[in-house]
Design a protein around this ligand. Structure first.
Ligand SMILES: CC(C)(COP(=O)(O)OP(=O)(O)OC[C@H]1O[C@@H](n2cnc3c(N)ncnc32)[C@H](O)[C@@H]1OP(=O)(O)O)[C@@H](O)C(=O)NCCC(=O)NCCS
Length: 176
C-alpha cells in the first residue's frame, strides 16, 4: 500500500496520510513545499530518502493536494522530528497543529516514547507550537543551521518531548 489515511480533520477536505512510496509526483510536490517553507530546503534526493526504513512521512492534503508534510526518523524508543512545514497559503489555520499531531501518532505507532527536534532560535511560531505540545528546551546547538542565500548561520534549540503519549497536543479529538 502506497499511503494510508492517518487522520481526518473536521473539514472533510483536509486529511493527513502516511505516504510509504516515493513516487516522483509526490517528491516533486514535497520539494515545492520545502522550497516555500524552509530556509535550507532539502533536495529531491534527500526527500526521496524519507520513504526508506526508519523514516515516516505524513502528508497534509487540502482538497486532494499536498500542502504540507512532516518527517520523523525512528530509532528504537526515540524519534526525531526532522522536518515539518505547511505551505504559506495554508498557515495559521490549525493545519500545522494537525500535522504535528498526526506525525506524533505515527511515532507512537512505530514504538517511540520520546521525540527530539531542532528549531531555529528565531522561529517563534514553531517554538510556540512545540511548547503547546509539551516540548521542552534541552540545549543549544551553535551555528547548527549553515549560512545560505536565505541568511547567515543560526543557532538551534534542541527540544524534547519526553512522553509522547502524555502530550497535551494529542489529547481529545483528532480535528484540526
Ligand atoms: C511552523 C508551522 C508548521 C506551523 O503551521 P501553521 O499551520 O502555521 O500553525 P497552526 O495554524 O496550526 O498554529 C499552531 C500554533 O503555532 C503557533 N503559531 C501559529 N501562527 C503563529 C504566529 N503568527 N505567531 C506565533 N505563533 C504562531 C501557535 O502556537 C499556534 O497555536 P494556537 O493557534 O493554538 O495559538 C508553519 O508556520 C510552517 O510551515 N513554518 C515554516 C516552516 C517551519 O518553520 N517549520 C518548523 C521547522 S523546525
Amino acid at each position: 500500500m502506497g499511503a494510508y489515511i492517518l487522520n481526518r480533520a473536521r473539514d472533510p477536505n483536509v486529511r493527513c496520510e502516511t505516504v510509504t512510496e516515493a513516487r516522483v509526483s509526490m517528491i516533486d510536490a514535497l520539494e515545492l513545499i520545502e522550497q516555500r517553507t524552509q530556509k535550507n530546503p532539502w533536495s529531491a534526493q534527500s526527500l526521496g530518502e524519507c520513504f526508506s526504513d526508519s523514516y515516516r512521512t505524513a502528508v497534509l492534503f487540502v482538497g486532494g493536494d499536498p500542502q504540507g508534510f512532516a518527517v520523523i526518523y525512528n530509532t528504537r524508543f526515540t524519534t526525531d522530528l526532522l522536518s515539518i512545514g505547511v505551505d504559506p497559503m495554508y498557515q495559521g489555520r490549525g493545519y500545522g497543529r494537525f500535522l504535528l499531531r498526526c506525525i506524533l501518532q505515527e511515532a507512537l505507532a512505530a514504538g517511540a516514547d520520546e521525540c527530539f527536534l531542532e528549531v531555529r532560535v528565531s522561529n517563534a511560531r514553531a517554538i510556540s507550537l512545540y511548547k503547546s505540545f509539551g516540548f521542552e528546551n534541552a540545549g543549544l546547538r551553535k551555528g547548527y543551521y549553515g549560512a545560505s542565500s536565505a541568511g547567515p548561520a543560526e543557532d538551534a534549540y534542541t527540544m524534547v518531548l519526553h512522553d509522547i503519549r502524555k502530550s497535551p497536543g494529542l489529547a481529545g479529538a483528532a480535528d484540526a
